[in-house]
Design a protein around this ligand. Structure first.
Ligand SMILES: [Zn+2]
Length: 46
């Protein structure tokens, strides 16, 4: 569990955050709050 790397992405439009196990969001990912695509998300450095 301890070495399970996750990546947090934040919607630059509404601030919604999502945690995934890959360094990129799927191309068809959409923000569930405001509906923008993955290209509007930025990786959050932890
Ligand atoms: Zn959003």
């Amino acid at each position: 569990m301890a070495d399970e790397k996750t990546y947090t992405f934040r919607c630059t439009v509404c601030g919604y955050e999502v945690e995934v196990e890959t360094p990129e969001l799927p191309e068809d990912f959409e923000c569930p709050v405001c509906g923008v695509g993955a290209d509007m998300f930025e990786l959050v450095e932890e």
